[in-house]
Design a protein around this ligand. Structure first.
Ligand SMILES: *[C@@H]1O[C@H](CO)[C@@H](O)[C@H](O)[C@H]1NC(C)=O
Ligand SMILES: *[C@@H]1O[C@H](CO)[C@@H](O)[C@H](O)[C@H]1NC(C)=O
Ligand SMILES: *[C@@H]1O[C@H](CO)[C@@H](O)[C@H](O)[C@H]1NC(C)=O
Length: 386
């Protein structure tokens, strides 16, 4: 009679232990899940994308879904086009893509905790995978700061990786960057060379909706060295509500018709043999006035795959012209050797922008031009522009 009782008690204890263990394991699973989701896309999307949804898209512009223009494929010569040109033609009417990562709502308002009204807005086109470049730009010329009383703000413009698995991985990276730095503006379209105009046009729409009052825009690539302090000094002598579009002007050129070139533009894309004057896209400075003019014009002009040429087309449509700035060196410039021995910071002290910098070179150059001991004889900044 005593034994079963003892067994019963033992069984009860075991049962209690088992139930306890089950609860423990379950709670572990739960906390693991939350921890995992903190880094996972789904939860980040909840935080970063779903919440600001009300704010991120102006209610008057509902999203137009993108469809393939199948009649394009019937044009004679279509099947002989390179794949990226075919893609361009099939989707060139598509201009509305969902935002995956948006800028924080205070990006341009200066508050709360902001830096005041935006004077120079850095809109930097970056490929999704170029994390290192973005990282170095954040730490060097792209720092959000106040220079000579002028507020500088920064956003990286990115699309998505065409490969689905890569995209999942890189989208998560961009979600983390957005959370850490609040400087990612990502749309759900394939980030390819021939989609750069799409990126440009989407940015102009975003800017008109969310940052219309920034005085000046720097529109550039993530492989340039932009001397943003010099840009502020130069722009402080200009008026935001007058035309300004400066860079490295290219004129009297037309589409390249050799199919193996990166810039190949077939006659199916453009029949004309000449481009309007434009600025090399590595880096351009625009005033608020000109940004609005281009945004207006972009509603009238069909997308053209080469983004810097497209801006030239928009300017021409508005009766405006690009201007040259001697300090913007995009192509065909013999910059000093990036090797540290002949790396002359005084050369860079005078420029607004130099194309083709490796990430680590940005750090070296930023450090050199910020060196208080740096003495240079004269500046080209205040010499008249041609
Ligand atoms: C589709 O392509 C055809 C042929 O190029 C063109 O005429 C038509 O306007 C295009 N449709 C849209 C919606 O862009
Ligand atoms: C541009 O992006 C769209 C949407 O992702 C894609 O369908 C199209 O193929 C891309 N175009 C090019 C030229 O890469
Ligand atoms: C831009 O400036 C105008 C005039 O100062 C102001 O009314 C408007 O609210 C500002 N817009 C934004 C988005 O800050």
């Amino acid at each position: 009679m005593r034994l079963p009782k003892k067994r019963c008690a033992q069984a009860l204890i075991l049962l209690a232990l088992a139930v306890g263990l089950l609860f423990y394991v379950h709670s572990l699973e739960l906390s693991n899940k939350t921890r995992w989701q903190d880094l996972g896309t789904s939860d980040l999307q909840d935080q970063m994308v779903l919440k600001p949804q009300k704010w991120k898209r102006a209610p008057e512009r509902p999203l137009v879904p993108c469809f393939t223009n199948t009649s394009v494929a019937k044009i004679s010569g279509f099947s002989a086009q390179p794949k990226h040109i075919q893609n361009f033609l099939l989707y060139k009417h598509c201009r509305d893509f969902p935002i995956l990562q948006n800028a924080p709502p205070n990006k341009c308002t200066g508050s709360p905790g902001g830096l005041g009204p935006v004077f120079l807005f850095l809109a930097i086109k970056s490929s999704p995978k170029n994390y290192e470049r973005r990282d170095l730009i954040r730490r060097t010329w792209g720092q959000e700061r106040v220079v000579e009383g002028a507020t500088i703000r920064r956003l990286f413009l990115v699309g998505t990786e065409p490969d689905v698995l890569e995209a999942r991985k890189v989208n998560r990276l961009l979600a983390i960057e957005a959370q850490l730095h609040g400087d990612i503006l990502q749309w759900d379209f394939h980030d390819s060379f021939f989609n750069l105009t799409l990126k440009q046009v989407l940015f102009l729409e975003w800017q008109a909706a969310h940052c219309p009052n920034a005085s000046f825009i720097f529109n550039g690539d993530d492989d340039v060295f932009a001397h943003t302090d010099n840009m502020v000094v130069y722009l402080q002598g200009k008026e935001a509500d007058k035309h300004l579009f400066v860079g490295y002007v290219i004129s009297n050129v037309g589409p390249i018709r050799v199919p193996w070139s990166k810039y190949f533009v077939s006659e199916l894309v453009m029949k004309e043999d000449k481009y309007p004057p434009y600025c090399g896209g590595g880096g351009i400075l625009l005033s608020r006035f000109t940004t609005r003019a281009i945004q207006r014009a972009s509603h009238e002009i069909p997308l053209f795959p080469i983004d810097d040429v497209y801006l030239g087309m928009c300017l021409q449509h508005e009766g405006l012209a690009p201007a040259r700035h001697m300090g913007i060196k995009v192509v065909g410039v013999h910059a000093p050797s990036p090797r540290i021995g002949s790396f002359d910071p005084c050369f860079y002290q005078d420029v607004l922008l130099v194309h083709r910098f490796l990430p680590y070179e940005m750090l070296l150059m930023w450090d050199a031009i910020k060196n208080p001991g740096l003495k240079c004889s004269k500046s080209v900044l205040h010499t008249p522009r041609s």
